[in-house]
Design a protein around this ligand. Structure first.
Ligand SMILES: NC(=O)c1ccc[n+]([C@@H]2O[C@H](COP(=O)([O-])OP(=O)(O)OC[C@H]3O[C@@H](n4cnc5c(N)ncnc54)[C@H](OP(=O)(O)O)[C@@H]3O)[C@@H](O)[C@H]2O)c1
Length: 275
């Protein structure tokens, strides 16, 4: 039973690949470049933006982990099913819960969730909170000094370790009882960016400090760095009340049989990335 992992070099995909391999499952990694995919896994090239390119990756696959937001999700899922797959696990976002369909990020996730539900495959949707691994974006600033400038610094988030999302994905891909389920997944506590930088500083034994980025500066910077629709989505989430990502949910604890990992756990495991 081969399991396909899309984004196998990514935050969730890499953890999922390692976990499935460790449990003895045959894994195939879908990647455009192959760079950063964990060792010991069969890598097949394919682009989720290009349905026709996926045939080699889908051949002989029993189950697949996919990310949301690609343009022809119904077509991709039809091809996956036609290739013989029975099960799909989709990475969506908690922002879909009560989310505004005018928000670009909400919309692309809602559309992908609907495609999965209509695919005829057994499906599980994962709706995580913000990832602890977003702190990796601080690396350039922390190579330059001890100060991190962060937007939305007053917004608490129940951030989750990608390892926990991957652990739930592994359960849904290989276990029973997860068909037609949407799981809201959060970390153990809502914490502010300043809490995260304090914890990271303690783990790295450095005197780190967070400086809030003004909304005006954040708007200009984000509009330069990403499509305007995505920058707008974050302002709708965190400045116009579109997404309360601070609510702690116990679904991860229930599924994993243990509490979700703390930011301290994540920071200890990833300290080397900041050195
Ligand atoms: N960050 C958050 O707080 C957060 C919260 C909720 C949901 N999400 C969702 O999480 C997803 C990202 O997950 P992640 O952080 O695990 O991923 P990631 O670290 O951003 O990596 C994604 C991987 O997907 C592969 N990829 C990108 N485009 C592809 C394409 N067109 N076809 C095939 N593979 C492609 C890339 O590998 P190759 O270049 O090798 O192909 C990349 O390694 C996004 O959909 C985001 O909306 C994020």
């Amino acid at each position: 039973m081969t399991i396909l992992v899309a984004g196998a070099a990514g935050n969730i995909g890499a953890e999922l690949t390692k976990s499935l391999l460790a449990d003895g499952h045959p894994v195939r990694a879908l990647s455009r470049s192959g760079r950063g995919v964990p060792a010991g896994v069969d890598v097949v090239a394919g682009d989720l933006n290009d349905r026709a390119s996926l045939a080699p990756a889908f051949a002989g696959v029993e189950a697949a982990y996919l990310m949301a937001g690609y343009p022809d999700m119904p077509g991709v899922l039809a091809d996956l099913r036609a290739a013989g797959a029975r099960r799909v696990v989709l990475l969506s976002t908690g922002a879909v819960v009560g989310g505004d369909l005018d928000n670009y990020v909400v919309r692309f996730n809602v559309v992908s969730e609907a495609a999965v539900r209509d695919s005829g495959l057994s499906w599980t949707v994962l709706r995580p909170s913000g990832f602890m691994s977003n702190a990796l974006q601080w690396i350039p600033q922390l190579r330059a000094g001890n100060v991190v400038t962060e937007p939305f610094a007053d917004v608490p988030i129940a951030t989750i370790d990608p390892l926990d999302i991957a652990a739930v994905a592994a359960l849904a891909l290989t276990g029973d009882g997860h068909d037609r389920r949407s799981y809201r997944l959060t970390g153990p506590a809502a914490i502010l960016p300043a809490d995260r930088i304090r914890i990271l500083g303690a783990v790295l034994d450095r005197d780190l400090r967070l400086v809030p980025e003004s909304d005006g500066h954040a708007r200009r910077r984000m509009t330069a760095e990403m499509p305007a629709d995505i920058a707008d989505a974050f302002f709708q989430f965190f400045r116009r009340g579109g997404y309360d990502d601070a609510i702690v949910d116990d679904t991860a604890t229930r599924l994993l049989g243990r509490p979700p990992r703390t930011f301290t756990d994540w920071a200890r495991d990833h300290a080397a990335a900041f050195q």
